[in-house]
Design a binder for this molecule. Structure first.
Ligand SMILES: Nc1ncnc2c1ncn2[C@@H]1O[C@H](COP(=O)(O)OP(=O)(O)OP(=O)(O)O)[C@@H](O)[C@H]1O
Length: 237
């Protein structure tokens, strides 16, 4: 069981050049489940994930993990929409986070090989990461994030430009991670994906959490007019 939760967020806000990107946000997250962040373009989904992960400067408020900042930093990972790869093999890319953490070359290699199998890249270990397809890249990014056994994984639109097959494979990896006890906090534009993966939904609008609900609650009976309009495919500002 994760010792990182609850995560308590109070009045958290991040600005860039005077403009509020997201916030103020009040939020309490418990262990377990999948939190999916949705909302129109520019609503602040990416900014919220970055702020919670601690890579966007906090200009106001606080973000407190139950286990303390230092341990929390070690036990979380982030998968970006367009992951940046080392110009080296799939195996080296997977081994890299372990090597950074002081794991021996031999052990890192063994774990990289096992992770490649787990994310469906067992046949690609020796290939340069730069020649991978979009779906393979995203699976590599997931493997690289999961290899240090995070308790929390943030994902920003991990399937943004993937075809159906790659999306299904990525979702399978995510479901396995959830079964293994990883807490997911993820943004998506894809409402089908949100329904498939989420246990709860945060609907963002104008940098604020406009509505929060369990997946069934939110999709079947959204409480606010804006959430209803958004789910209806209307333009929401
Ligand atoms: N580096 C930045 N500098 C200035 N403004 C930014 C920066 N990053 C984001 N913004 C602005 O902050 C707001 C929130 O952006 P953010 O990317 O978090 O939204 P989003 O919901 O993830 O959008 P999308 O769905 O388009 O990815 C937007 O108005 C965006 O234009």
């Amino acid at each position: 069981m994760s010792d990182m939760f609850p995560l308590i967020v109070e009045g958290a806000l991040t600005r860039r050049r005077g403009k509020v990107l997201v916030g103020p946000v009040d939020l309490r997250l418990e262990a377990g489940g999948v939190t999916i962040v949705i909302g129109p373009n520019g609503a602040g989904k990416t900014s919220l994930l970055r702020m919670l992960h601690g890579i966007a400067r906090l200009n106001a408020g606080r973000i407190e993990w139950a286990c303390g900042q230092e341990r929390a930093r070690e036990k979380q990972a982030f998968v970006f929409q367009t992951p940046v790869m080392l110009r080296r093999s799939v195996r080296d890319n997977l081994a890299y986070p372990l090597r950074l953490g002081g794991v021996t070359r031999r052990e890192a290699r063994a774990q990289a090989d096992a992770m490649a199998e787990k994310v469906g890249l067992g046949d690609a270990l020796g290939r340069p990461a730069t020649v991978l397809s979009g779906g393979e890249r995203q699976k590599l990014a997931l493997g690289r994030a999961l290899i240090r056994s995070p308790q929390v994984l943030f994902l920003d639109e991990p399937c943004a430009s993937l075809d159906g097959r790659a999306m299904r494979e990525v979702e399978e990896i995510l479901k396995t991670a959830v079964q293994d006890g990883v807490r997911l906090i993820m943004s998506t534009h894809n409402m089908g994906q949100a329904r498939r993966l989420a246990s709860e939904v945060l609907f963002l609008l104008g940098g604020k959490i406009h509505e929060r609900g369990s997946t069934v609650e939110f999709f079947d009976a959204p409480k606010t007019a804006q959430a209803r309009a958004f789910l209806n495919g209307d333009i929401v500002e």
